[in-house]
Design a protein around this ligand. Structure first.
Ligand code: PEP
Ligand code: MN
Length: 343
């Protein structure tokens, strides 16, 4: 439920509405707006409670309108928070009109590998460096990542290059040290519904890049974001990375680009696209990256490896530095054409 206050409503009128909500056993959420203030009730209300509370509140001084929210998520909803959220992750910014590119290898493999990838990414115009230290691999025999050593490498390379750094955490125990080493915590597709992990990320003092689960609906995706937001961390960037395909013989996933305008219509959180996991095929990445910009995304996450053929994970979908540079040039041209600004 959202209570919209009248233009010029006084603080004591706002306080009165809040105490009436508390009197009904719910915690109000005050949402300052550009010109008018709104007060939300994030709790799920029963039909009887809705009638009861709306009847009481609509008669209070200073109240303009009482509306029911139509979606199960509240804090993530544009209804609750009409201004677009801008997320700052170290030196990088997501949202607010700019188009931000995160690039780097799937896995951190060594200091020289990450350093080379980072320099190529930065020189081509990326603003943030990605790289996994804890890797969610389908097989337990596949490379699992350099773990803490990888995080130390990421920190060093981030400081050296001035790029923001993003890495995945797979468990609650990994959050604290990762948060010390990088600017942004990634929650991977497989972990999107790991609720204790979402809660831990919500308590961390770092922004979160939340990837959509391979079979998650939009509501499930936004409710996962809601877990992070509800712990007091307002800095969530959503990442569309493809959903389970009906045909795996050509692509690894089906990149759901309709998720971009749909999310933009329903949430204030920035939305980026990962066409690398979204397609699984390096040669399909550039066109899907361009399409993501055209669809209104706030940025991209791209896998780029100095030598994709020798990558320890996801080489088939990784661009080499030359292909990445070409893509960045094409993105800049398209951004100019669309009146968008590249970060
Ligand atoms: C990754 O970014 O390397 C990754 C494992 O992605 P996803 O969680 O989208 O599969
Ligand atoms: Mn990967």
């Amino acid at each position: 439920m959202i209570i919209l206050m009248k233009l010029g409503a006084t603080q004591s009128q706002v306080d009165h509405v809040c105490s009436a909500i508390r009197g009904k056993g719910h915690e109000p959420l005050v949402l300052p707006g550009e010109d008018r203030l709104a007060i939300g009730i994030p709790d799920a209300l029963t039909a009887d409670e809705k009638v009861d509370i709306a009847g009481l509140i609509s008669q209070l001084d200073g109240v303009s309108m009482v509306t029911q929210t139509s979606r199960p998520y509240k804090l993530a909803s544009l209804e609750f928070h009409p201004n677009e959220t801008v997320v700052r992750a170290g030196p990088a910014t997501f949202g607010g009109g700019c188009f931000t590119v995160v690039a780097g290898p799937c896995s951190i493999e060594s200091l020289p590998q990450l350093r080379l990838a980072a320099r190529e990414a930065r020189n081509s115009g990326a603003r943030a460096l990605r790289g996994g230290a804890f890797k969610p691999r389908t097989s337990p025999y596949a490379f699992q990542g350099l773990q803490e050593e990888g995080l130390r490498i990421m920190k060093e390379v981030g400081e050296e290059t001035g790029l923001a750094t993003v890495t995945e955490v797979m468990s609650v125990e990994q959050v604290a040290f990762a948060a010390e080493c990088v600017d942004m915590l990634q929650i991977g597709a497989r972990s999107m519904q790991n609720y204790p992990l979402l809660v831990a990320a919500g308590k961390a003092d770092k922004p979160v890049l939340l990837k959509r689960g391979p079979s998650a609906t939009i509501d499930e995706f936004l409710l996962a974001a809601e877990y992070v937001l509800s712990q007091g961390n307002p800095n969530v960037v959503l990442c569309e990375r493809g959903v389970v395909p009906i045909d795996r013989s050509y692509t690894r996933n089906t990149l759901d680009l309709t998720a971009v305008p749909v999310l933009k219509e329903h949430t204030h959180l920035p939305v980026v696209v990962d066409p690398s996991h979204g397609t699984g095929v390096a040669r399909y990445v550039p066109s899907m990256a361009m399409a993501s910009l055209a669809a209104g995304a706030d940025g991209l996450m791209i896998e780029m490896h100095p030598e994709p053929k020798n990558a320890l994970s996801d080489g088939a979908q990784s661009l080499d530095p030359a292909a990445f540079e070409r893509l960045m040039r094409d993105l800049r041209a398209l951004a100019t054409h669309l009146g968008r600004e590249m970060a």
